[in-house]
Design a protein around this ligand. Structure first.
Ligand code: MN
Length: 232
């Protein structure tokens, strides 16, 4: 095999609770508009179907890390979400088989340049600038489904500097996890290492440099990240 012209980028990875093994992240799929109360707070139509977008895997920030305040925004928002991690995949996965592809779960943040999202929505522009920038995907350690079971309920919760801003039950998702996996696999061949951010409940808001974000989902390892200074 020919040598690379320069060293390839490092494989994005997540800790796994209870083992020294790492979870290698392939793609980060995200679901938007998956909780009615959040759709209403965004002044969108709650009858709209959930939307699918992606973040690059090297946007991952791990537990205890720092998110530099990004360039190109003055309205930087958190969205706390349940993250589903896959151990296998395929096309057209039936809903009834979806949970057999789940490796585990984590809590994550779909960080968002909200000012640019408004512009993208108004002008029909793509979402990379809004959702797919550097450090836009903090994700906590993965808890294996073999340890926590298949999750269908439990609180997803976020506090900023100790003050709770988001707290809702994951059973309130419009598309449940099994439906998300089935729907996604109609459009993309899902594979081991893919992770899915399943949408945020109501209570999103802006953060500033120095804020500490604590995120949790009942039964999973929590995550804490800090908002750093302006990205250089
Ligand atoms: Mn989101």
């Amino acid at each position: 095999m020919a040598a690379f012209a320069f060293p390839p980028a490092a494989q994005a990875q997540l800790d796994i609770a209870g083992t020294d093994e790492k979870f290698p992240v392939r793609r980060i799929y995200c679901i938007g508009k998956n909780y009615v109360a959040h759709i209403i707070e965004m002044n969108a139509d709650e009858r709209d179907p959930p939307v699918i977008f992606m973040k690059p895997s090297d946007a991952i920030v791990t537990n205890g890390g720092e998110i530099p305040y990004p360039v190109f925004t003055t309205n930087f928002h958190y969205e706390c979400e349940l993250v589903v991690a896959l151990k296998s995949g395929g096309y057209n996965i039936p809903e009834a088989e979806a949970s057999s592809h789940i490796y585990g779960y984590a809590v994550g943040l779909d960080m968002t340049r909200r000012d640019h999202q408004a512009n993208a929505l108004a002008k029909g522009l793509p979402w990379e600038v809004t959702k797919g920038f550097d450090h836009s995907a903090p994700v906590g350690p993965i808890t294996r489904a073999s340890d926590c079971g298949i999750l269908t309920s439990g609180h997803v919760k976020l506090a900023v500097n100790g003050q709770v801003k988001q707290d809702a039950d994951i059973s309130l998702m419009i598309w449940k996890v099994d439906e998300i996996i089935a729907k996604l696999s109609e459009q993309h061949r899902l594979m081991a290492g893919d992770i899915i951010m399943t949408g945020t409940p109501a209570g999103v808001g802006a953060v500033v440099t120095g804020d500490v974000l604590e995120c949790s989902v009942d039964g999973l390892q929590p995550m804490q990240v800090r908002i750093g200074g302006k990205a250089a």
